[in-house]
Ligand binder design. Sequence first.
Ligand SMILES: Nc1nc2c(c(=O)[nH]1)N[C@H]1C(S)=C(S)[C@@H](COP(=O)(O)O)O[C@H]1N2
Ligand SMILES: [Mo]
Length: 326
Amino acid sequence: MSEPDMSDSEKTPGTPDPSRRDFLKNTALFGATVAGLGGGLELLTRRPGANAEGTEDLGELAQGRVIQPVGPFDTKEKVTAYRAMTTHNNFYELGLGKGDPARHAAALHTRPWTLRIDGEVRKPITVDIDTLQSWFPLEDRIYRMRCVEGWSMVMPWFGFPLAALLRRADPTGQAKYVQFTAVSDPKNLPGQRSRVLDWPYTEGLRLDEALHPLTFMAVGLQGRALLPQNGAPLRLVVPWKYGFKGIKAITHITLTRTQPPTSWSLAAPGEYGFYANVNPDVPHPRWSQATEQRIGESRRRPTLLFNGYAEQVAGLYKGMDLRRHF
Ligand SMILES: Nc1nc2c(c(=O)[nH]1)N[C@H]1C(S)=C(S)[C@@H](COP(=O)(O)O)O[C@H]1N2
Ligand SMILES: [Mo]
């Protein structure tokens, strides 16, 4: 990964035209009321314009709905503009440039989609994505998101805690880690024809990290179905870690006894560790991590330990040398 191209932050648009608000109100879903109601996501994914191919005009539709910080984990910081969240992306399967994932969104075929959960579990799962979404009450989570390259956003995810899914598979006493694997479709995904990474993209967490209540599976963003560029139809969100841990387009989850390999630490072990906890005091070998560019802001801001979630997660790393386990 390279340092950010700051010209991208110039593309962040302002607030959408208020005259569109009523239209948006009438067509978009309100997550708080959807939570717990079966079929909510079905509506969400079938809403015209919110198709999985990402062919809609994002400028026109701008925002799905205004998400209010109501939950205990929600940040009250200003949510990043929807257009920026959906046009400034890292998703190497769809290309290396920040604008490539949105441009090549149609290359990611998100239906049909099957998720498999196996390994150290008593109840392996093979499930269609639409069925999976109906299993859980869906909730909003407004999280800070910090890329290892030095830029950040505030993103209003919609989905369910990973812990709820893992409990359903009933991990054995031997399970210590969780490995995630992303889509493999070299025929259609332009990035998978290049050798930048060893495909498919893979990531991992320690089981206690995976079960932490902050760890989230997103199926939506700002009240709308996740677009391909953001990792449709299912992506991981671990807000206290660098963004590359948040693997997109997941097809396989396997619980393991030993620490799984991860794409970026295989590609550059000296630069990207397994833990990847956001830490202003542990520089990347090629740049400082002390500050970050919040997309849409003019000035860099200080980076926070564990991306501001230290109170919730510092206990997971008690006694660990965070410089060694970067
Ligand atoms: N499958 C896959 N997941 C991925 C990536 C990728 O290249 N492939 N990039 C990661 C990186 S580096 C970041 S910063 C985040 C970006 O998420 P966003 O584009 O939704 O902001 O996705 C992560 N998940
Ligand atoms: Mo990233």
